[in-house]
Write a new protein. Structure first.
Length: 115
């Protein structure tokens, strides 16, 4: 069983920045993919960014050039750095990983952006 624990969420003003962290219970080098999803109050859960082992990161169009996904093997942590936040970025953010063909989710963390 892989456990994911997100942190770093909270309230930020529009135009501000926030960095989310997701610490895993296994070495992230064993993951075939590391990703962040989000779900707004009126939207379905959507992929924000994904880091596939050995590949280039992928970003949804809505966050491209504003968000950055990265991993720290020494800390078994994946980050999502978010800049130029807008109220449309608000929602629950979920860390996700795929290990040995099984998908795991964090409990989610709230991001609120005030206008």
């Amino acid at each position: 069983q892989v456990q994911l624990v997100e942190s770093g969420g909270g309230l930020v003003q529009a135009g501000g920045s926030l960095t989310l962290s997701c610490t895993t219970s296994v070495s992230i080098s064993t993951a075939s993919a590391l990703a962040w999803y989000r779900q707004g109050p009126k939207t379905q859960r959507e992929l924000v960014a994904i880091l596939i082992n050995g590949g280039e990161p992928y970003y949804s169009d809505s966050v491209k050039r504003r968000f950055t996904i990265s991993g720290d093997n020494a800390k078994d942590t994946v980050y999502l750095s978010m800049n130029s936040l807008t109220p449309e970025d608000a929602g629950m953010y979920y860390c996700n990983t795929e290990v040995r063909n099984l998908m795991y989710w964090g409990q989610g963390i709230q991001v609120t952006v005030s206008s």
